[in-house]
Design a protein around this ligand. Structure first.
Ligand SMILES: [Zn+2]
Length: 232
């Protein structure tokens, strides 16, 4: 049966080849979502090898995190920007899972990152989620979870109310705006845990700051931050 499916896949591939989400060329059968060459050239930050990394420095004094970092650099016009576009606006959530798996393989080899007890995707506002059809951070979390063998908890941290568009506001105005935007349901499910908060791109860090503020109110909770890309 497996052989048959393989043949069928190859046959369909003649007409509907799967394309690399970063460069658009046809994928080989052993490649998954992103081609080998694009993976090789991803601009990795290696933040997990350096406690004093750029993300950590940006969040110091704002979040009492245990570890913080991102997987790649986001730059205008680079492959990461393309991948984030596919993930967020072009209905390719599998890009998140693929990158989550790649990130997890790096994290697993890091001696300095203590692995968390659970992975929490940053929640999307329900209206935004409905429009997009999925929460991209849940797919990233699923990829991390698969490789690290750590469970995902996606229904305990929620968006509380509608927040207006963030794009034209200064950082502090944004933070004020987001301050009440997250709530914890069933604190008991999160207490005494080391939680890894997962997001797609870190820009100002305001969203992560607001989420962490809620989580750190819980008894015995430690928070670490992992994003796919850093745009700072
Ligand atoms: Zn490619």
């Amino acid at each position: 049966m497996r052989h048959l499916l393989g043949y069928l896949q190859d046959f369909l591939g003649l007409f509907f080849p799967e394309l690399c989400a970063a460069c658009g060329r046809n994928l080989f059968k052993n490649e998954e979502v992103i081609c080998t060459e694009c993976i090789y050239h991803l601009p990795l930050t290696n933040h997990h090898l350096d406690q004093d990394n750029q993300v950590a420095r940006q969040l110091w004094g704002r979040i009492a995190f245990t570890n913080a970092g991102s997987f790649m650099y986001f730059r205008k016009g680079n492959k990461v920007q393309k991948l984030m576009y596919q993930l967020k606006y072009n209905n390719r959530p599998e890009v998140g899972t693929r990158l989550g798996k790649l990130y997890a393989s790096e994290l697993r080899c890091s001696g300095s990152w203590a692995l968390p007890d659970a992975i929490l995707p940053v929640p999307l506002h329900p209206r935004k989620r409905k429009k997009r059809g999925y929460n991209q951070s849940e797919y990233i979390a699923a990829g991390l979870s698969e490789i690290l063998g750590i469970p995902v908890i996606s229904d305990k941290l929620c968006r509380a109310e509608n927040t207006e568009s963030q794009t034209r506001k200064a950082r502090w105005a944004r933070y004020e705006n987001l301050k009440e935007a997250f709530v914890v349901k069933e604190a008991g499910a999160l207490e005494e845990k080391h939680l890894l908060l997962v997001d797609d791109v870190i820009t100002t860090g305001a969203t992560l700051e607001a989420c962490s503020a809620e989580l750190l109110k819980l008894r015995g909770v430690r928070v670490s931050i992992a994003a796919l890309a850093f745009a700072g």
